[in-house]
Design a protein around this ligand. Sequence first.
Ligand SMILES: *[C@@H]1O[C@H](CO)[C@@H](O)[C@H](O)[C@H]1NC(C)=O
Ligand SMILES: *[C@@H]1O[C@H](CO)[C@@H](O)[C@H](O)[C@H]1NC(C)=O
Ligand SMILES: *[C@@H]1O[C@H](CO)[C@@H](O)[C@H](O)[C@H]1NC(C)=O
Length: 312
Amino acid sequence: MNKKHITHILILLIIIKNVFTQSIFTKTNNVENVIDYWSQEKMSNAEPLLSPIGELNKTTSNNEKGRLLSSVSDSDSINPDVESDNLLTVGKIFFTRSGKDLACTAFVIDNSDGNTGITAAHCLYSREGEYAKNVIFCPGYNNGNPSALGKIPVIGLSVPKSFMKSRVDDYAAIKFDYPGKLQQQTGSFGWGLTPPSPVNIAIFGYPYNGNIPNCSKDGQNCCVWRGYSTLEFLEFPKTTIAWKVPVHIGSGGSGGPWVMKNNLPHDLGYLIGVTDFYVGQKKGKANEYADALNFTLIRILISWPPNQFSKF
Ligand SMILES: *[C@@H]1O[C@H](CO)[C@@H](O)[C@H](O)[C@H]1NC(C)=O
Ligand SMILES: *[C@@H]1O[C@H](CO)[C@@H](O)[C@H](O)[C@H]1NC(C)=O
Ligand SMILES: *[C@@H]1O[C@H](CO)[C@@H](O)[C@H](O)[C@H]1NC(C)=O
């Protein structure tokens, strides 16, 4: 019989001080093999998350608009001939919520860890307070198939507390589980610039409906809309300052990047918003909106808590 001598009982209390009080960080609750979970069939059958919608005619009064809209001409030259095909920076994000397999759009953002992306907070966090599970990102998803980069598990989410409370700041950070820096393979969008309104932008997404011209609208291909966006003060469906464009991006496009100075193939450009909600009629005239970004908040969202992702 072995005698066991316990010489030391070491109780380690590891207190992780949460300095990230402006956002809630959570590890993704994934099935053990989330890559296998997302079979071709499951990806094809995933439903687009319905875009939040506001009612028609309930936008802000003109005097409030006047306060915010300072029209400054914008000298960016956009070359309309360049193709957006095979842009690996943007991809489709798949996840499970309320037992349903769902899809949105997500993209890679410039961050020192090289493995950070952004999507809409409303994709990852429901009104009932449920987080998305089994989250996976397919950069450059095209023709209903992942690109050569495949399916990248998402192992952490950062959702703003302000979003949880009042649905403002509708963007969330995602942490990729990738060997190396995904950003070096996909490229990434810069961030931190606030342009004057109006600004010439490109919006990318995987919508299943909406009215982007020349878009397959089947959720299987990345569509792009180019044009001017203006900054507005809104009171409905929520009180926010948001970028607006005269197009309905469509369900599944939620979480897609709105970027300025996007001159492909060389300049990916800078993020100014994330596809959030539309106001108008589904099959008629509608405007899409994206909350103006709070870069202080983004800095917090993408500062992943240390030692949270080590494998043992
Ligand atoms: C909303 O606008 C449409 C046309 O844009 C108009 O026909 C309709 O009466 C308006 N509805 C309300 C409630 O103001
Ligand atoms: C749609 O695509 C066709 C062919 O590629 C092109 O000629 C046309 O200008 C495009 N339309 C728009 C609105 O981009
Ligand atoms: C931006 O976010 C920071 C961090 O959450 C917050 O302290 C600040 O009040 C926000 N600014 C605006 C204008 O909402």
